[in-house]
Design a binder for this molecule. Structure first.
Ligand SMILES: Cc1cc2nc3c(=O)[nH]c(=O)nc-3n(C[C@H](O)[C@H](O)[C@H](O)COP(=O)(O)OP(=O)(O)OC[C@H]3O[C@@H](n4cnc5c(N)ncnc54)[C@H](O)[C@@H]3O)c2cc1C
Length: 429
């Protein structure tokens, strides 16, 4: 019997012919060899938290949920070997017991390690790269069924291709992560002004370890979050739970559903939401503060931009709201990331800002996303691989200086296109 798989956003549904949950690396390799000999195709699924059709297949689907856990911890060097199906959430407490932590995380932690890293998932913080920059090495089973190892030092070009590759080179089985000594952060949430934030961005980024801002459309209000290291005692308690779970999920969900029913009220609702932004401080282990629960379902597009283009892109987006009257109550999320050297990382070769736009599931999103995409592209944007976009192969070839090099490496490791689905074939073959 085939199962219908649905992604987190609910915009993708597909029925693979077979779903496999291998428990050993040998079983993963055997699956690949079988697929190859039978002329079949394979996609791997992490936690299904991408909006783009990366995991969709009507052939073989592999989940590494049973190939999870930490294999080795080298506390002295801070290198941790994890199985690719491990969820990020499972890592934090184990690393903490070894006095270690991942230096940075995104705003959820339910993804699989491979699923998150291979799409260029990122957090925020001008001194930190996308999560894949925390990789030291990885192994994958390529399209010939071979187990391939590459690292920063060994096969560095292959490593730079594989670290953000959407699973198009093969099935990643192990990842070696470079960790840092465990740290505690103070999170400070407060109200800011859009124009002031854009004008003083360098100061914000220079003064804080991590900075994130949520702009509330139809207002000038921002909710700004900063995180800085501290030795202060843990402080989270009911206040955190009330703000993150009740206000940012239940109350936000109720307001968003009201907006679905009365879209004409969105500017008024947004002004009301802006008036509620308070001043809060929490202290906890870093990995416990970065991630927040996400219970309201939405569609999302996120673009990486050269950081110097960020203020102009935000101003253009603000103008578009007034000209086009988008019925959007969701805040626009702004984050900052250090440039890197990975071939298909959206932050490759440039220090970056990310702008993410959202729409409540079930509300019209395409006009908003297409208009925003035009703005982001005009300012040199590259889309997040896991989130909505309308880019084609020609667009990617234009955006990524090492696109041709990546394609050659891909062709070497997956000569028969075993790891492509229809969408990936359009982009990568
Ligand atoms: C609510 C929400 C919040 C989010 N927050 C952030 C955020 O803060 N920052 C950010 O950058 N992104 C964010 N994302 C996007 C998300 O991190 C990415 O889409 C990520 O890829 C999802 O991980 P996953 O485990 O669900 O992978 P999936 O979506 O299941 O898979 C992603 C890709 O990885 C491949 N893959 C997975 N495992 C393997 C493997 N072992 N070998 C080879 N290929 C593999 C899949 O084939 C696919 O191509 C968010 C998404 C949601 C829904």
């Amino acid at each position: 019997m085939t199962t219908t798989i649905t992604n987190w956003g609910g915009n993708l549904q597909f029925r693979p012919a077979e779903v496999h949950f291998p428990e050993r690396e040998e079983d993963i390799a055997a699956l690949v060899r079988r697929a190859r000999s039978e002329g079949r195709r394979i996609r791997v699924m992490g936690a299904g938290h991408s909006w783009m059709p990366l995991i969709c297949t009507d052939d073989l689907l592999v989940s590494l949920d049973r190939w999870a856990g930490i294999e080795t911890v080298d506390a002295e060097r801070g290198i941790v070997e994890v199985r690719a199906g491990t969820r990020l959430r499972a890592l934090g407490p184990v690393l903490e017991r070894h006095g270690l932590a991942m230096e940075n995380l995104g705003d959820i932690d339910v993804q699989s390690v491979a699923g998150a890293l291979l799409t260029g998932t990122h957090g925020t913080g001008a001194q930190f790269g996308v999560l894949a920059t925390q990789l030291e090495a990885l192994t994958f089973i390529n399209g010939r069924g071979e187990l391939v190892y590459c690292s920063r030092a060994q096969e560095p070009d292959l490593f730079r291709a594989a670290a953000v590759s959407l699973g198009t080179l093969g099935i990643v089985t192990r990842m070696w992560l470079r960790c840092v000594p465990a740290f505690r952060l103070e999170e400070h949430t407060f109200k800011g002004h859009l124009d002031g934030f854009l004008a003083n961005l360098d100061d914000y980024l220079g003064e804080h370890r991590n900075v994130e801002a949520y702009w509330i459309p139809y207002t000038k209000a921002l909710q700004i979050k900063t995180w800085n290291e501290t030795q202060a005692p843990r402080r989270r308690g009911l206040n955190w739970w009330f703000n993150k779970v009740v206000l940012e999920n239940q109350a936000l969900g109720a307001l968003m559903h009201y907006c679905k029913w009365r879209p004409d009220q969105i500017p008024r609702v947004n002004r009301f939401v802006a008036s509620l932004i308070g001043d809060d401080r929490y202290v906890d282990a870093g990995y416990r503060l970065f991630a927040t629960p996400r219970r309201v379902r939405f569609m999302e597009m996120e673009y990486n931009l050269p950081i110097e283009q960020f203020p102009k892109a935000m101003q253009a987006l603000e103008e578009a709201f007034y000209f086009r009257h988008f019925r959007v109550a969701f805040p626009v999320e702004c984050r900052f990331v250090r440039g890197d050297y990975l071939m298909l990382s959206p932050a490759t070769g440039r220090n970056s800002a990310y702008i993410a736009i959202h729409q409540l599931k079930g509300m019209p999103w395409e006009d908003y996303f297409r208009t925003a995409e035009q703005i982001f592209r005009q300012y040199g944007g590259r889309p997040h691989w896991g989130k909505m976009h309308f880019c084609t192969k020609a667009d990617f070839a234009d955006m990524y200086p090492e696109w041709g090099r990546f394609q050659k490496i891909r062709a070497t490791h997956d000569p028969e296109g075993l790891f492509l689905n229809d969408w990936l074939e359009e982009i990568f073959s």
